[in-house]
Design a protein around this ligand. Structure first.
Ligand SMILES: Nc1ncnc2c1ncn2[C@@H]1O[C@H](COP(=O)(O)OP(=O)(O)OP(=O)(O)O)[C@@H](O)[C@H]1O
Ligand SMILES: [Mg+2]
Length: 228
């Protein structure tokens, strides 16, 4: 396994406006790593992820994600950062007015893909990865929650990201569907992509153990399994 850092934060301060949410954050994620981010409601998991995808500024400390410096990140660099990342949310965030295929096409076109043949091939490739190739003509409302989350994972894979940030990707799913999504995320991580996943679901962490970081009282701690 390569030791290449995909994501690194040093002495980072995570803020919402003027309020410090997390301080002195140290984070290192290497190629193919799978790490969990846990912590109670309001402890700062989403704020940390938002800082990593450029939705919140990194005001002090240093941070690099997929080769991009988060310090003084310019508005015009955000699309480049987002292209290098895959982001998965609890509520799927699919466009409700168009089919699965068109949801994915929209993202590819928005990120500069032009050739119809390449677009079709790429969409087939990512839908096959998540076992959704037969449902590409469906509208999101015709899909179950687990199927919608598969589509949103396919969307996250479109630009071959080195890193996927997932904010409670199983938060809206029942236990058995959550496990199916975890198996899929593990396959993706085993194919060499790094994954950072915020979750509340301790039973998943026990079933699919990985390195775990905990947000608590304004800091991020490395945690060992038996102290969760
Ligand atoms: N847009 C915002 N503006 C101001 N403060 C915010 C904003 N979003 C979150 N916060 C505050 O930041 C703190 C951390 O919230 P955050 O959403 O990062 O927590 P979380 O760990 O993701 O919680 P949850 O498990 O409920 O998703 C909380 O005190 C919250 O009230
Ligand atoms: Mg959150």
């Amino acid at each position: 396994m390569s030791t290449e850092a995909i994501l690194r934060l040093n002495q980072a301060c995570i803020k919402q406006g003027d309020t410090v949410i997390l301080d002195e954050v140290e984070l290192l994620i290497k190629k193919g790593d799978f790490q969990y981010l846990i912590g109670s409601t309001g402890s700062g998991k989403s704020s940390l992820l938002k800082t990593l995808y450029g939705d919140l500024p990194l005001s002090s400390g240093s941070g690099h994600v997929c080769g991009i410096n988060l310090v003084n990140l310019k508005e015009k660099q955000i699309p480049e950062l987002r292209r290098k990342l895959g982001i998965v949310f609890q509520d799927f965030q699919l466009l409700t007015d168009r089919s699965v295929f068109d949801n994915l096409k929209f993202v590819l076109q928005a990120t500069g893909w032009k050739s119809k043949t390449d677009i079709k091939k790429k969409i087939e490739e990512v839908l096959t990865k998540v076992n959704m190739e037969s449902l590409s003509a469906k509208m999101p409302f015709q899909l179950s929650g687990g199927e919608q989350q598969r589509v949103s994972i396919a969307r996250a894979l479109l630009n071959d990201p080195e890193l996927i940030l997932a904010d409670e990707p199983t938060g809206n799913l029942d236990p058995s569907t959550s496990e199916e999504i975890m198996i899929l995320l593990e396959e993706i991580s085993n194919s060499g992509r790094a994954l950072l996943m915020a979750t509340h679901d301790y039973s998943l962490i026990l079933k699919f153990p990985h390195e775990t970081l905990k947000c608590s009282q304004g800091k991020v701690f490395s945690t060992v399994q038996n102290t969760l």
